[in-house]
Design a protein around this ligand. Structure first.
Ligand SMILES: [Zn+2]
Length: 413
């Protein structure tokens, strides 16, 4: 079968794909941390769907969690054997963030509406679209009787929106399940034209700064130490130094540099006529993976020491959160190459490798030395009210999966 015929076969399932996505959205899969029921019911529906489509090999890895009604969080693997021993994984998540303020929704978040090209509902784009697209991409091969080139493993995980403990971590802790040589696609990030393949992310650090001076009346500043002013001087000096010391540019990222931003400023008192004795604020740093966060912190502390002396204050600098970037997936690695050629064959565009500023679900794989690439075609309204998936993206991405899975068993024209 050639690419054109396979694309057509996928497009014929458009109505079914839309219906399946809507059915899935109807089943709330918000995690227990957000007062949701978890993924068990949605998982049951999806297993039923895969079985009805004719998939025979379906495994469930459960993670015990007493905070959900069923006591278990499912992780589901739907497999189809290939003509080689290589493995491709497509990892999508079943859970969603909560709906937020209901008044902001045009339509009920768990009663999906299809309006033109848009399928409205919580979790429609994040991550339902890609879960359903990868399933129907594989289904097209099954229906046509074409063996995929590699063994295909569709992995539907729980608990992605809240730390992966009951999801990806459980799967990756099973020895021998995902191999070092396996090819992994994590379609949880993308661009509206489907051209970006994410291969690397920046490290992230949230840092709290506390500056302690001495409170006094605003009319007699000489009898106190103004923590606000000391904080402002330290802040300006700190970001100047960091930007100078860590100047590397990597055009895969936008922006291409590490970013060192002061963001949150905490209240320092209710009134204007007091010199504040304590000022705290936070930094958000996104750092290119070549720089270690320890080195960044050491530089920040060096500048803090100078300012303690200069301003006669105490400055405490602490990590609130840190996520060290995982090693890159090389641009010329097999998964990036295969994915690029599938995207090009289906969409006629040249995909480009990309780096992003925040963590992705591909990182836990890359940390284990498994090459994982992030890709999908999204309008980019995940977590918003009125989240929707585009029907066109749903179908086009399913076509990309079909061509990716078919590999050399599909003729590229
Ligand atoms: Zn997501």
């Amino acid at each position: 079968m050639d690419v054109r015929t396979l694309k057509k076969a996928v497009a014929e399932d458009k109505g079914q794909m839309v219906a399946s996505l809507c059915e899935m959205i109807r089943i709330n899969a918000v995690g227990p941390e957000n007062q949701g029921p978890g993924e068990a019911e949605r998982g049951k529906y999806l297993i039923g769907l895969a079985s009805r489509l004719g998939f025979k090999s379906i495994d469930v890895l459960e993670s015990k969690d007493p905070s959900v009604p069923t006591g278990k969080r499912p992780n589901i693997i739907v497999r189809l054997k290939g003509s080689t021993s290589k493995n491709i994984w497509v990892v999508t998540h079943m859970d969603t963030v909560p709906e937020g303020d209901l008044r902001a929704w045009k339509y009920p978040p768990y009663d999906p509406k299809v309006i033109g090209d848009k399928i409205y509902g919580r979790g429609s784009e994040d991550n339902g679209q890609e879960l359903i697209a990868s399933l129907y991409g594989l289904n097209a091969l099954l229906k046509a009787g074409i063996k995929p080139e590699c063994n295909i493993n569709l992995l539907w995980v729980s608990d992605e929106e809240h730390g992966n403990t009951h999801g990806i971590d459980v799967v990756l802790s099973k020895k021998g399940l995902v191999g070092k040589q396996d090819l992994v696609v994590v379609p949880d990030h993308g661009e509206p034209d489907g051209s970006a393949i994410v291969v690397v992310e920046k490290s992230l650090a949230w840092i709290n700064v506390e500056v302690i001076g001495k409170q006094t009346h605003a009319s007699t500043p000489e009898s106190g130490v103004n923590a606000f002013e000391a904080a402002a001087r330290f802040l300006a000096d700190a970001v100047d130094n960091l930007r100078r010391k860590f100047p590397m540019i990597d055009p895969l990222f936008s922006p291409p540099n590490s970013t060192f931003e002061a963001t949150k400023c905490d209240p320092n008192g209710p009134n204007i006529n007091t010199i504040p004795g304590r000022q705290s604020f936070s930094f958000d740093f996104r750092v290119l993976p070549e720089y270690s966060l320890d080195k960044v912190m050491a530089e920040l502390q060096r500048v803090a020491k100078q300012h303690e002396k200069k301003s006669h204050v105490k400055i405490n600098v602490t990590f609130l959160q840190r996520a060290d970037a995982a090693p890159r997936t090389p641009v010329d690695s097999e998964i990036v190459q295969r994915l690029s050629s599938a995207i090009e064959a289906v969409r006629g565009i040249k995909p480009r490798p990309e780096g992003i500023g925040g963590g992705t679900c591909a990182a836990p794989f890359r940390r284990l030395g498994i090459r994982a690439a992030g890709w999908s075609t999204v309008v980019g309204n995940a977590h918003d009210a009125n989240e929707y998936a585009s029907v066109a993206n749903l179908v086009a991405d399913a076509q990309v999966y079909a061509v990716l899975f078919g590999g050399k068993n599909v003729d590229h024209d």
